[in-house]
Design a binder for this molecule. Sequence first.
Ligand code: SAH
Length: 361
Amino acid sequence: MSDIQSLLRQTSFQKEDVITLLSPQNTDDIETIRRHAERVLLRAIGKKVHYRGLVEFSNRCNLDCYYCGIRRSNGTLTRFSMSVDNIVDAAKWCAAKGYGSIVLQSGQRTGNDFIEHVVSAISRIKKETVSSSLPDGLGITLCVGEQSKETYMRFFNAGAHRYLLRIETTHPGLFSKIHPPTQTLEHRIECLNTLKEIGFMVGTGVMIGLPGQTIRMLADDILFFQQYNIDMIGMGPYLPHRQAPLQNLSEATWTTPAILQKALLMIAVCRILFKDINIAATTALQAIAPKGREEGLRYGANILMPQLTPTRFRKSYQLYENKPCLEESKGDCALCLKSRIESVDRQLAVNEWGDPHSFSH
Ligand code: SAH
């Protein structure tokens, strides 16, 4: 039995074990880890893949993250904000297609107009997507950044039950290298705690392949997910953007194929450690490999996020360059993803929220 095989028989994993799993030395070991993750997935969740229809409803942002294409200082962008009617229309389409859940994502803003806009979109989606196949309407995930406790409560009371806030990296030095000094790791953690306290199903994640990032840092990220009892994970490769200064600050640590491999291993190790939680195969995986999202599913992911953002806005919501699917319609994205799911012997689940058994409402 190889070292990796005997390591995978363990029921608990220390930091050094996670580091070993993230740095396999040959393709046999990589395949052993992948197959183990796939087995854990099939046992804990089965073949089902759930959709979260993604509506990137506004690229206006108050923040200036050094990696992000929609950062405040990017003056080359046409800024947009979808009306509540448009957001609700996208949600109704998503419900009619049987997606079960929607994600509302935007740049981070804290003004009252913005909060009201989001609250009214949530309340209307909740009312207007109820049907005999979806008696509680669409499940709603929000991804609108760091907000006050009061704002999070308003979102929750309006009917959103999941919240995605990536920690980006848990390494304090790296976090401060990729964000302006006004943003802190401590505040992100505080927000994640507040979201949990309120009762949200909480998702987080990191970017993989940030300049200066190491395997030890990624192992710490996984241990952070464990310590904070994270319910969902969305991770993907860091991809440079011409209008974001991080690309000029330093050299990447890994080559693109190595970053893809690390991102897939991160998914596999999270699946092995956390069993039945929701893990997304993110669009960013497909930006560096045509079959990146299918690979994500093969390494243990069970969630896909089809694009619902109207095609006319997609070019203005590029967090990174070479974002796939810029010209496609939401109908194209639905069909294309379904065949991707089937190509790896998995099944699209319809009209279900797809929350893990471990999460109690
Ligand atoms: N304002 C929201 C949404 C941010 S965009 C929030 O703060 O949560 C969603 C995620 O995209 C970010 O959390 C980040 O991890 C990822 N992202 C941003 N720029 C990226 C880039 N250049 N490469 C890869 N991922 C990026």
